[in-house]
Every structure is written in structure tokens, then in C-alpha cells.
Design a protein. Sequence first.
Length: 450
Amino acid sequence: MEIKPTDLARPLLPVALGTTLVLVAYVAPIVALPATAGDLGAGAGGRAWILSSMSVGLAAALLVSGVLGDRFGRRVAYDAGLALLALGALACAAAPDTAVLVAGRVVQGAGGAAVLACGLSLLAARYPPGPERLRATSLWGASVGLGIATGCLLTAAVGEVGTGWREVYVVHAVTALGLVALSSRLGASWAEHPRRVDVPGLVLLVVAMTALVAALTEVRDGVDAVVVLLAVVASVAVAALGRVERRVAEPLLDPALLRDPGFVAATLGSFVLGISMIGLSSLTPTVAQVGLGAGVWSSAGLAALWAGTSVVTSLSLRRLPWTFAGPRGVAVLLTAVGLAQLTGLGLGAGSGVWRLAVVMVATGLGTGLLNAVLGREAVANVPPDRTAMGSGANNTARYVGAAVGVTVTVIIATHVGDSVATGWNAAVVFCSAVLLGGAALLATVARRAR
């Protein structure tokens, strides 16, 4: 790998800020959805797409961004991602209807994918394995939580002025353009032996991920012809992708990585964390407002409380006597978060918001450690010249999982029992079971690896 850093070209700060901005953009609609949907006249289907459209862009472009970053330069891809974030945000700010807003959010997702995949890869290139990389990935993990907390509070604050949501996207655009200037500190980084770009594989991957997440979004209103068509397209694209990748000399994802316990732990851990924790935390503001009668600031504060706790624990990882490396370490943390989620059981219509605050703090403790560990493992278990691909694969697993989790928790919350509070309890059981099941699978992987 060829790296040209200078003493001033330390990527830690700009990468952390870029990651923070992506998560700020990701959570923006969660708090502002009532105002946004009301202004644009969005129905139930439109609301679902407003919430999930950035996930479509992320899922479609994460692995692609990683592959292109390794091939053409990680800073080039990172800067292009920031530019797309700004462009998508401006489209959202000026959106005259739901369709334009959704399109802008998809563009934001594609830009955020390049920032996440190549940002973490730039850290791996600059900081060698050991204490330096542990410090860097701990800060990267903290920036994920910081972005969620900042995004929720920023959206609530902006809701007090103007339209209540358009101004948020203006802030996103201005910040992204400012970070492009700061990225001069990143230095240059690319694969020492660039691989050929598998264009048919990239196209099929984008089609498969887009159709899959779109199907998960549409199914919230029930199974219809559109859902079936999207599921068929996703299935055909996945099957075709499998055939193509078996025949090319340099596939998008090296099959040997799927036999590496560390890579499996990072990928599976991100997938189940996306299903369970992003799904549950996305449901929390709705339960607080609709089920418990809380205001916008209270619901935003709950998400910020979870994210803020995760920031603290992520930063503390390098000071702990345990590294939580490999399948066993990830399994321990998944178990901890799964058990912490069970503190949310017992919610009723008369419960106070503090009941939700307890589960947010309890889960934040383990989530912060997981963010840092999964980021470190994503780049530690791939060849040095393919770290952007490893980061892209890891984050793809996380956000595809998030799309699954948001869909399932919404369906559970709205169809189980006679109130949102009852549905919340069922969603908690589901999310905890996903984490504990993932931990059990990784424990099996750890035993076989030994």
C-alpha cells in the first residue's frame, strides 16, 4: 500500500467528523418525520420511504465505494462522497414533494457510503495495528454515536424555527462542503496492487441491494405486487451475482474471507447489531411520542442518551484490559447488548419516559464498545490493500440489517397487542433474540476456529 502522509495529514479528525455527519444525516428524519410528512402531504408509504431512503443509498453503494476506493484512491472516493452528501442535502432542502425528498436521501446515502467505507480505510492505512489503531478506531466508533446524538438534537432544535425540517438539510450541505476543504489533511492512500473493477458484479450488487431494501420498505404496508416484483428482482440479481463472481479472476468479495473467523465475526456482528439496535432505537421516538405522549425534545433526548452513552464507552475501549478481539469477543458484546435490551420490557401506556431512558443507557454501554470493535475488526481481517472493501462490506451488513430491523420492529409495534406500548415489548423480545442468536452463532465459529 502506498501512503503519502505528512505530519499534518493525520486523517483522524476529518474522518471522525465525516462519519459524524453521515450519522447526523441518517437520523434526521426520525425526529422531524411528523413535520416533514405534514408539509409534503406524505401518507403511510411516503413516511416509510422518508425514513428508509438513505438506507437504500447506503446498502447499494457501501461495498461499491470500498472497491472503487481501493482501486482509484480512498481520498478521491471520500471527497466524492462528501460532495454527494451536499448535493443530496440541497435537493432535500428544496424538495417540493415526497419523491424529490426521497431521491435526495438516496443520493445522501450513496455519498455517506463512500465516506464510511473509505474513511475507516484511511484510518487503517495511517495507523498500524496496535495501540495507535485501537485509539483511532475507538474514536471512529465514538463518532458514530456522536453523529446519532447530534443529529437528533440538531433536528429537534431546528424544529423550533422555520419549516421545522428544511433548514436541517441546509446545515448538512454546508458542513459537507466544509469537510471537503478539511480533507486535505487525509493524505493519499490506495491499494499497492490495484484489482480490476468487476463492472458486471458491481452493477448486479447495486441492483440486488437496492431492490432488497426497497422491498423491505414497501412490505410495511403489506405484501402486494410491487413487493413481490422487488423481491424477485433482488433474488435474480443475487443469483446472477453468484454466477458472475465464481467466474471472474478478481471477485468483489474474496470467497476466502468468508472462511476467516475474524471477518465473519465483524460482518455478522454488524448485521445483527443493525437489525436489533438500530431497529429498536429507531422505534423509540415513535413509542415515546405516540405511546407515552412525550414531546419532540423528550424523544430526541432518548436517542441522544443512547448515543451519548455509546460515545463514552467507545472512547474507553483503549483503556480496558480486554480487547474483545475475534468471534468470542464480539459474541460477548452482542450478549451484553441483548441482555441490556431486556430492561425495556414491561412498558405500559401509563409508564414514564424514564423507562425508555433506562434501556437506552443500558444498551448504549455495549453498543459503544461494539462500534469500536467492529470497525477495528472490519479492517484487521482483510489484506492491507483491500481495507476499503472490508469496511464497505462491514457497513453494508450493518445498514442492510438496519433496513430489516426498522421494518420488522415497525410491523411488530403496529400489529401486536392493542397499543404501541404492547408492540414495543414484543419488539424488545425480538431484538434481544436476534442479538443472543448472533452471539450463539459466533460462539460456534470461535470453537471451530480453535
